[in-house]
Design a protein around this ligand. Sequence first.
Ligand code: FMN
Length: 166
Amino acid sequence: MNLGVTIIKGRRSVRKYKDTPLPEEAIHHAFDCAKFAPTARNGQPWVFGIVQNRETLATIAGLATHGKFIKDAPACFAVFGLRDEKFYVEDCCAATENLILALWSYGIGSCWVAGDKMDYAGDVRALLKVPDEYALVSLIPAGYPQEMTIPPKKELEDIIFREEYK
Ligand SMILES: Cc1cc2nc3c(=O)[nH]c(=O)nc-3n(C[C@H](O)[C@H](O)[C@H](O)COP(=O)(O)O)c2cc1C
């Protein structure tokens, strides 16, 4: 397997982290790789944030229904999209995955926590003082893995087709 494939296939959602802070180089490249995601009409309708303040992390964890583990993460990234852009969700999802894979290339685990469509999205946006024209698309708590689960993936032959669905 080449390096890219190894990184993509090795990634799993990590929800328990070591306390070790993230190196600045990894943070920089996580943001920068997010920026390199494809976007409709190259619109790049986004802003990316990182929270490392323990109190703010605890507040986000309190808001995120399925993201209580954010409280114990050394950092949490957030991806926001311009809500009036037609494809902001798709664009920001692409950026989210780029960011997650960039972190993983440094051995840093993370977990995509739903933002868009969740009741708490507006509260997280307000907490981080992001302007109302943006919507929260994803939260990405991150840290060196303390524990990792390996959920099974569907078999390739069950989910692919060539030329026509059979
Ligand atoms: C759009 C989206 C929203 C998700 N939201 C949550 C979430 O709120 N909390 C959580 O623990 N995991 C969340 N996940 C992570 C999934 O549970 C995880 O990707 C899935 O179980 C497959 O496991 P894997 O990432 O290890 O392959 C989300 C993933 C996606 C793509």
